[in-house]
Design a protein around this ligand. Structure first.
Ligand SMILES: C[S@@+](CC[C@H](N)C(=O)[O-])C[C@H]1O[C@@H](n2cnc3c(N)ncnc32)[C@H](O)[C@@H]1O
Length: 317
């Protein structure tokens, strides 16, 4: 792609965090969320000896990033899988451990821009929202078949939507008349149900419902729950992991996964660390790092980002 439609989020910081683990050696990095290959392209350019394994569940992302990264030749290996398959992908390509893992979670601008995939509430399109095109349940299936309780639960948990119960009731009422097919009708319903006063603080009335449906349709949290230990498991000594999350449930999962491995398992009170009980990783970020105001101005998609990074300092326990 000559003109990428998207600027990689916190690119300079990502490059800076990976540099000590990749510089001056034939390192291997897994970009678990290849997207349009923006981060990958910059990593490959910055480290001429680097081999990159790129994963994405979206075949279209693999195809487009493949074209963009073709100039790096056989240093690039792309695999169309969900990121919880990271260990198989690494082993199948003949590696046991890697020097870096990048996870830039969520949807890509490419997916948001493609109207017919139904991710964007600003356009009337089929309620699809599947990142792995053509497989599994669509957002329309969720709206048309889930019970009131399940709908309210996903809206409240994944969307942090205060009006989850009211929205679920309205969806059940509407689908009795006719099943949902397109986003326009759902957006109209949300305008009617979400009180106008809450828009001043909560943003567009459809924002949280669309986020919740997308997370449910793609099993995003389950995939991340499996992927975090798998990603940390393939990280070699001195290797670094960088995760960019865009909503609080994801960030909390990353924070907890890192905190668990950064803790010593030596019983408190012992004067020395017991062999095999020391911390596995060291945190490289203090809390979660945010985008600067300037970066948000240049790239509004960076506004919600929470970046956390860690380095392996001990063997897996
Ligand atoms: C925010 S974009 C990545 C953008 C990329 N860093 C760049 O610079 O172009 C996230 C990508 O992750 C992919 N993705 C989301 N969940 C995934 C999962 N569970 N497994 C693999 N890929 C996933 C999406 O299909 C999307 O292409």
């Amino acid at each position: 792609m000559d003109q990428p439609r998207h600027v990689p989020v916190l690119l300079d910081r990502v490059l800076e965090l990976f540099a000590p683990a990749l510089s001056g050696k034939p390192a291997v990095v897994v970009d678990t969320t290849l997207g349009m290959g923006g981060h990958s392209d910059a990593l490959l350019s910055a480290h001429p000896e680097l081999t990159l394994i790129g994963l994405d569940r979206d075949p279209q992302a693999i195809e487009m990033a493949g074209k963009r990264l073709a100039r790096h030749g056989d240093r690039v290996h792309l695999v169309n899988v969900t990121y919880d398959h990271i260990a198989e992908a690494v082993h199948d390509l003949g590696h046991s451990r890697v020097d870096g893992v990048l996870m830039d979670l969520g949807v890509s601008s490419l997916q948001l821009d493609e109207e017919e995939r139904g991710f964007a509430y600003s356009k009337d399109a089929p309620l699809d929202m599947r990142m792995s095109k053509g497989t599994g349940m669509t957002a329309a299936d969720v709206l048309n078949t889930y019970s009131h309780g399940d709908l309210a639960r996903i809206l409240s948990t994944y969307g942090e939507e205060r009006f989850a119960g009211k929205i679920a009731s309205a969806v059940l009422r509407e689908r009795e008349k006719e099943p949902f097919t397109n986003s326009g009708r759902l957006v109209e319903l949300l305008y009617a149900v979400v009180p106008a006063a809450s828009r001043r603080t909560g943003g567009h009335p459809a924002k949280r419902t669309f986020q919740a449906l997308r997370i449910e349709v793609n099993g995003e949290l389950e995939s991340l729950r499996l992927a975090l230990p798998a990603a940390l498991g393939v990280l070699g000594m001195g290797g670094r992991i960088v995760v960019e999350s865009y909503q609080s449930l994801e960030d909390r999962m990353v924070k907890q996964a890192f905190a668990e491995l950064a803790k010593s398992k030596t019983p408190p009170g012992l004067p020395v660390e017991l062999p095999g009980h020391g911390p596995e990783i060291k945190l490289l970020t203090k809390g979660a790092e945010l985008a600067t105001e300037q970066e948000i101005e240049d790239n509004p998609r960076a506004a919600p980002v929470r970046l956390r990074a860690a380095e392996r300092i001990g063997e897996p326990r």
